[in-house]
Design a binder for this molecule. Structure first.
Ligand code: ADP
Ligand code: MG
Length: 310
């Protein structure tokens, strides 16, 4: 490095810790409360930060507030008390009245709703998928290139000319995912993305999301499928019945804590017939990678919930 450029580097203004924080913290929630119509509690004191590039899973039983939190991440609802910020800017109604912020936010954040019916409104699937990038002024040839890629990955070419209401739930979900992915969002929020999908389609969606995460994008997924959570996240936040976060930690640790998962209604128990006996026991994600589990006639030696050893 020569003396001149060295001196140039020295003259660069130092960034304050606050500036660095604002650049890297996508969402910061402080003691957020929210109740629908002011009387149906859905979030009860949420403190949470999402850092740029993180892969987060929000898990919890039905009705624990997962979809509500995601809707708040998408700026669709705002805290009753407490606050949420997006890269340091408070997200409230006023922020979205600012057209510049609103547009900036909408080009960065992509949200796939749990219910695809609320996301599809055009006469045809193709129009639905290209709607947002056309609104954002993305060049047509780029839109068509992205569309081709998505059609191939999701195998939806035959659906493009159909009306959204003529599709099955799984097909609708694929189309909504395409309609969000086509914007190449930096922050991708997915609410139960694989619910109702066959294994092959789930696989292709998880792979797409993982590819996006590998590019450094931030991915937030709500799911009660622990296998999906295990693949799609590094950090897991667990919502409890009282609509607050009861545990946060590494995916590997939380998703193997069988006792905790059963206690919080997050783990299925399965009934199996062994000879003339039916046993009920739980499956962890790791079981599916356990050789013993896959051998014909193999039995799981885990203690069953009925107390029987197999
Ligand atoms: N539109 C709504 N009106 C009234 N209550 C709602 C509405 N949507 C959700 N809730 C309530 O808010 C709580 C959290 O719901 P939700 O965020 O959908 O949970 P999850 O996604 O974890 O299943 C639940 O008690 C639910 O009944
Ligand atoms: Mg939900």
């Amino acid at each position: 490095m020569d003396a001149a450029s060295d001196q140039g580097a020295e003259n660069l203004p130092l960034k304050s810790p606050m500036a660095i924080f604002m650049e890297n913290v996508v969402y910061d929630l402080k003691n957020v409360y929210y109740a629908y119509l002011g009387k149906f509690p859905a979030l009860a004191g949420i403190d949470l930060a999402v850092v740029r590039g993180e892969k987060i899973a929000i898990i919890g039983a039905n009705g624990t507030g997962k979809s509500t939190l995601l809707a708040m991440f998408d700026g669709l609802i705002f805290p009753d008390t407490g606050a949420i910020s997006f890269f340091g800017r408070v997200m409230d109604e006023r922020a979205f009245d600012d057209a510049t912020f609103s547009r900036h936010f909408r080009t960065k954040v992509g949200f796939v709703f749990q219910n695809p019916d609320v996301q599809l409104f055009c006469p045809t699937v193709k129009e639905d998928i290209v709607f947002a990038p056309l609104q954002f002024g993305v060049e047509k040839h780029k839109i068509l290139w992205r569309l081709d890629k998505l059609v191939e990955i999701l195998k939806i070419g035959h659906l493009l000319v159909r009306a959204p209401h003529e599709l099955s739930v799984g097909e609708k979900r694929k189309v909504t995912i395409a309609s969000v992915m086509i914007n190449e969002p930096e922050i991708l929020i997915l609410d139960e993305p694989t619910a109702g999908l066959d294994p092959e389609t789930s696989r292709s969606i998880i792979d797409m999301v993982l590819n996006l995460a590998a590019e450094g994008k931030t991915v937030i997924t709500s799911t009660h499928d622990l296998h999906v959570a295990a693949e799609i996240s590094d950090t897991v936040h667990v919502f409890g019945k009282d609509k607050r976060i009861i545990k946060t930690g590494g995916a590997g640790k939380i998703l193997t804590d069988e006792k905790f998962l059963i206690e919080n209604n997050l783990m299925h128990t399965h009934r199996h017939r062994h000879g003339d006996k039916i046993h009920t026991h739980a499956h962890l994600h790791e079981d599916h990678h356990n050789e013993k589990y896959h051998w014909p006639g193999a039995v799981n030696l885990r203690e069953g919930t009925d107390g029987a050893k197999r």
